[in-house]
Design a protein around this ligand. Structure first.
Ligand SMILES: C[S@@+](CC[C@H](N)C(=O)[O-])C[C@H]1O[C@@H](n2cnc3c(N)ncnc32)[C@H](O)[C@@H]1O
Length: 292
């Protein structure tokens, strides 16, 4: 006997029942069913739920009942403010892709610009250090770019270190990821030998957290965002210690708060710290170099 058709709510006539009793709907109708989400977010959630390409989904392919359920669940997660990238599970970063989840900050476009500055500013580095590595994005991308370099990364969060190690392993790249405070876990014999130090450290003031978008404030690790009462505390410590670790002529590149350009330039004065702007024109990076 043919299975009973249509136990589907009649309020949504876009839902259909197949000959096998499964509800399906077309991808284009599904996308239209979540008008509260931006189009690109709905599309990315449907891509995640179905594993189909955007081209397929644009054509209005039929989506099976189980995939619709997954899509609905992903939509609810997004509606609750969870970052899209946590839901998707990974994010492209420069030449690589890294897994992200609530253990780490989602890498931002500004930090991809930091990667581009860093890889252009040195030639054939032998030793690279990434402080505050989070998902490992900068360290792993730089190892990809400079495969013969020895790359170290540190983070004070053991959760972040675990995920960064997974990301390095999945990328098939040999990066030494160490747990601890800034330079503290690095082997002492690296002092005076590092060609390139990069860092996207926490740089928000504690009071700024209340004003962050809900995605960031309620979902990303506070430890990744807040440096202290003022916001420049971690950068000040990096500036103080970096001259000890850089080789003569070695370079340090860090991401900074758009509000701290002049104060951070002051911290990096002994390395002739120069402030550069991001693509939206905000003071966003400090670049310094050890004397030759
Ligand atoms: C802004 S997130 C950057 C993550 C990643 N590098 C990126 O660009 O997306 C800062 C990271 O610094 C770590 N962190 C905070 N204080 C630290 C410290 N004193 N030493 C090492 N890591 C620290 C946090 O755990 C977090 O993973």
């Amino acid at each position: 006997m043919r299975p009973e058709k249509d136990s589907v709510p009649t309020t949504d006539n876009r839902l259909r029942t197949t000959d096998y009793g499964l509800r399906t709907t077309s991808s284009t109708d599904l996308l239209r069913s979540v008008p509260d989400l931006p189009d690109h977010e709905a599309r990315r959630l449907l891509e995640t739920a179905t594993g189909r390409s955007w081209t397929d989904l644009l054509l209005g392919v039929e989506v099976a009942a189980e995939e619709i359920e997954v899509f609905r669940a992903l939509v609810e997660r997004r509606r609750s403010g969870e970052p899209l990238q946590y839901i998707e599970g990974s994010v492209p970063f420069g030449p690589i892709e890294v897994a992200v989840d609530p253990r780490v900050l989602v890498p931002r476009p500004e930090t991809e610009q930091l990667y581009e500055i860093a890889e252009a500013v040195v030639e054939d580095p032998l030793v690279i250090v990434d402080l505050c590595t989070g998902s490992g994005n900068l360290a792993i991308a730089l190892k990809h770019r400079f495969p013969t370099a020895t790359v170290y990364a540190t983070d004070i969060s053991s959760d972040a270190v675990d995920l960064a190690r997974e990301n390095a392993r999945d990328a098939g790249l040999d990066v030494t990821i160490l747990l601890g405070d800034l330079f503290e876990p690095l082997p002492g014999n690296l002092r005076g030998r590092v060609d390139l130090i990069v860092s996207n450290p926490p740089y928000l003031a504690a009071a700024e957290v209340a004003d962050l978008p809900v995605d960031v404030r309620d979902h990303e690790p506070t430890m990744a965002l807040v440096a202290g009462p003022v916001g420049d505390e971690v950068l000040a410590r990096i500036a103080e210690a970096a001259p000890d670790w850089l080789r003569p002529g070695g370079v340090v590149v860090c991401e900074i708060s758009e509000f701290h350009g002049s104060v951070v330039a002051g911290h990096f004065a002994s390395l002739r710290g120069d402030i550069q702007r991001d693509l939206s024109g905000k003071e966003r990076f400090v670049i310094g170099a050890a004397p030759q």
